[in-house]
Design a binder for this molecule. Structure first.
Ligand SMILES: Cc1cc2nc3c(=O)[nH]c(=O)nc-3n(C[C@H](O)[C@H](O)[C@H](O)COP(=O)(O)OP(=O)(O)OC[C@H]3O[C@@H](n4cnc5c(N)ncnc54)[C@H](O)[C@@H]3O)c2cc1C
Length: 399
């Protein structure tokens, strides 16, 4: 198994599980380039304190992600609501910022009331129907599937993946105002992408937020648990440089000599590549007949900061005594199509939130933790001088 993230961990886990039903005990090895399991699902310690964690990658999942929900139960992990109620002093507020003003607020997660007549209900029904189809992929006759593409086709999901989010919403009579000010604001938080450049299914998945949870202590524990349960041998800090097919139909996996603690080659009957090929620096010999297309990923800087202060109202053109929303989504750019693709727009960042308070070990006072998905040049726009840059913790890549 090449990759110790969600893909590699779940492939190892289910391979062992289903093989065991037939009395087969496969011998599995999981390779990971990093020194930890979980891949992009990882946490950092705030103030170097192990009890104060922040997720860098996936911070939430929802109840319809059945494999994750089942794994949480099996491994005895504890989940918490991802959106905890905040104190009265800093109530939960969500705002959508267009770079000049907030186009709307939601206070206390009440339903959105905008002048979109039936659109919220229409969107809700659309999500319900898509989630209903998606859930069938977990059940017979669709599961188990030889090809996910075939299962998606049989369930009519490819009709949705073949349209851009923008067209799909238009075709389903979702008003443009609702699409850009709410739905696109959500696709920007989740994928750093605007509606014309992602497909309809991704778009709608962003809106299916019922039962949003996260694992206490870090979501990576799900994938770590899966690898452990599979009984796989784990080769971390081991970057694979080549996978070579032999004349006997087996595969030789060669780690890089310099960066790997155990650089010797190993031979396997099957290799599952559970990492984006284009970023894995692996040579495949011979090249398989179908190589995945190169995906134009978005570069995203996940920036964590702490401060005893709220976000500055002045930076958001608000009066000095106004409370800035605790979660800020942003509108996409409205300029030329070339700029629309990846640009963070007038706001200059994709989203920012102050999810909770943390106690500083040096000052022993409570500070706000702020997580921003952004292009770095915009950082100064939203912060007061007294914000402390805890870490530009990762330059991650999102599909
Ligand atoms: C900022 C951010 C926020 C996200 N938020 C969410 C969210 O809230 N909810 C959600 O469901 N999803 C979210 N996602 C998506 C989610 O993180 C990914 O879908 C998931 O982590 C992908 O898992 P993976 O196993 O495919 O890849 P990865 O997690 O990238 O794992 C790839 C693995 O391959 C290894 N590898 C790569 N090349 C080599 C090599 N040459 N040799 C050996 N090992 C190699 C790496 O070390 C790693 O272990 C988010 C993603 C990002 C970046």
């Amino acid at each position: 198994m090449l990759g110790a993230g969600a893909g590699g961990a779940s492939a190892a886990y289910y391979l062992e599980k289903y093989a065991a039903e037939f009395g087969i005990r496969p011998s599995i090895t999981v390779y990971g380039r990093s020194s930890y399991t979980g891949g992009r699902s990882t946490t950092v310690n705030i103030f170097d304190d192990e009890s104060e964690l922040a997720e860098l990658g996936p911070s939430i999942f929802v109840e319809v992600n059945r494999n994750l929900v089942n794994a949480v139960k099996e491994f005895g992990l504890t989940t918490g609501e991802a959106h905890k109620p905040r104190s009265a002093e800093a109530p939960e507020r969500l705002g959508v910022w267009n770079g000049r003003e907030f186009v709307f607020y939601i206070v206390g997660r009440r339903p959105l009331l905008v002048e979109c007549s039936w659109t919220p209900i229409r969107t809700h029904n659309l999500i319900k129907s898509i989630v209903g189809s998606f859930l069938k992929t977990y059940e017979e006759p669709y599961f188990p599937f030889r090809s996910l593409s075939q299962a998606a086709y049989d369930l009519g999901l490819t009709n949705i993946t073949s349209e851009t989010g923008e067209r799909f919403l238009e075709a389903n009579k979702i008003k443009p105002l609702f699409s850009t000010e709410l739905i696109q604001a959500s696709t920007r938080v989740n994928f750093a992408q605007n509606l014309p450049f992602i497909h309809g299914l991704e778009t709608m998945v962003c809106m299916a937020t019922e039962g949003t949870v996260s694992v206490k202590g870090g979501n990576w524990q799900i994938f770590d648990g899966m690898i452990k349960a599979s009984g796989a041998a784990v080769m971390l800090s081991t970057a694979v440089k080549q996978i070579r097919e032999t004349d006997f139909g087996t595969y030789v996996v060669s780690p890089e000599e310099k960066s790997s603690p155990s650089p010797q080659e190993h031979e396997y009957d099957v290799v599952i590549l559970a990492a984006p090929l284009q970023d894995s620096s692996i040579t495949l010999t011979p090249l398989p007949p179908h190589i995945p297309d190169k995906i134009p990923y978005v570069k995203l800087h996940i920036t964590l900061l702490t401060s005893p202060h709220h976000l500055s109202p002045a930076a958001f053109n608000l009066p000095p005594d106004a409370l800035v929303p605790s979660a800020i989504l942003t509108l996409g750019p409205d300029e030329t199509p070339r700029n629309r693709e990846k640009s963070a727009g007038h706001a200059g960042f994709f989203s920012t939130s102050t999810p909770r308070r943390v106690t500083s070990p040096s000052s022993h006072r409570d500070e706000y933790l702020c997580k921003t998905f952004l292009q770095p040049r915009s950082l100064k726009l939203i912060l007061r001088d007294s914000w402390v840059l805890l870490a530009v913790v990762a330059i991650l890549v999102v599909t």
